[in-house]
Design a protein around this ligand. Structure first.
Ligand SMILES: C[S@@+](CC[C@H](N)C(=O)[O-])C[C@H]1O[C@@H](n2cnc3c(N)ncnc32)[C@H](O)[C@@H]1O
Length: 343
């Protein structure tokens, strides 16, 4: 094969060549390594490598056309949404303003990254990808949760570093353990093995184990919480759904359910929106009472939190309004909420 046939990314300088390595654990990851100026013998490449290069070349050729099609489709979608009054979610400008600092939601969710040694490279990569999804969901939320990553060092930090600019993300990265960042009494360690069932979310700290283990470490997070005397709890899946498979969820699914509930969804709706169909989640027939109790409780907590946030805002506006103005608007809020909340 001549150099003209080799795509740019595979070339080093004018006539340099790169050796292509396929990661056994993640065959999608192709690594390139410079091996020097090719001579006749080093230009020999395997059939598999050749196919890969041809595939990449085709992809590069089709890229501009695909991008143009995507752009046109997006334009059409926006126009259709505008004409039909459909909300397409937050704009890029709005997203920039949706920061954790400005959020009304003060629920803290921690992803505990102290399990590097329990995962192989594939597990680590999946774990980081799930964190990226949590981050992306949080950024798109109207009121993002306070998202933290703790024990952020070592292998998982290395894996995260593949995402350039991650340091600037609206996410709290801590090298320390979550016990050094939060008060122990505010923490609930989430675990499907916990005997405690969470019925509502409070403005406290919920820790998700940053572990992708395909169940090889069954009950590990539960044991850690018990040994450290930390409160633990499982999501109330069993209260609302019949599951064909076990109730162990991925990091991003747990996060998405918490986010849904923090936004005012009922537990049942949050589960049904997130759980993949292969988990076989089916709504329970005979739990109308439990369901009502759990959901009403969460609605009340959301409502009280909303009320607290509105007072907080009033207090923050003290400088502009003066005390009389604040008292007036607090009174208005009290009147508005009097009939809604019974605590
Ligand atoms: C893939 S699971 C890890 C399972 C692991 N064997 C363990 O010991 O927890 C990732 C994390 O999601 C959370 N999680 C998964 N399913 C859950 C459930 N049903 N209730 C509460 N938390 C759950 C836990 O924090 C768990 O550590």
């Amino acid at each position: 094969m001549s150099n003209e046939e080799i795509p740019d990314a595979e070339l080093d300088g004018e006539s340099g060549a790169k050796r292509i390595k396929v990661d056994e654990e993640a065959p999608g990851n192709v690594k390139c390594e410079v091996v020097g100026i090719p001579d006749e013998s080093s230009q020999k490449i395997s059939k598999r490598q050749m196919k890969k290069m041809q595939k990449r070349e085709k992809w590069l050729q089709r890229k501009p056309e695909k991008r143009a099609k995507e752009k046109a489709k997006l334009k059409e979608k926006k126009l259709h949404a505008k004409l039909n009054n459909i909300n397409l979610g937050p704009t890029v400008r709005e997203l920039k303003n949706n920061t954790m600092e400005k959020s009304n939601c003060k629920i803290h969710v921690v992803i505990d990254l102290s399990f590097d040694d329990y995962m192989n490279s594939k597990g680590l990569s999946k774990c980081v990808k799930q964190i990226l999804r949590c981050y992306s969901l949080n950024r798109r939320a109207k009121n993002p949760m306070q998202l933290h990553v703790t024990s952020f060092s070592g292998k998982s930090k290395e894996e995260m570093s593949k995402n350039t600019g991650y340091e600037n993300w609206d996410l709290f990265f801590h090298e320390e353990d979550y016990l050094k960042v939060f008060k122990k009494e505010d923490i609930t360690y989430l675990s499907s093995e916990s005997e405690n069932v969470i019925t509502y979310l409070e403005d406290k700290v919920y820790v998700i184990g940053g572990l992708v283990d395909h169940n090889s470490q069954k009950g590990l997070c539960h044991r850690i919480a018990q040994d450290s005397n930390i409160h633990h709890g499982q999501l109330p899946i069993g209260e609302f759904l019949e599951m064909k498979t076990r109730k162990v969820l991925t990091i991003d699914h747990v996060f998405e359910i918490l986010l849904g509930v923090s936004e005012g969804k009922t537990w049942k709706d949050a589960f049904l929106a997130v759980l993949p169909s292969r988990k076989g989640a089916v709504q329970k027939e005979d739990n109308s009472l439990q369901e009502d109790e759990g959901d009403v409780m969460q609605e009340e907590v959301n409502s009280v939190q909303e009320y607290g946030n509105s007072i907080q805002k009033d207090l923050e506006g003290a400088g502009q309004k003066g005390c009389a103005g604040i008292l007036e608007s607090v009174q208005e809020d009290i009147d508005d909420n009097k009939n809604k909340i019974d605590v």
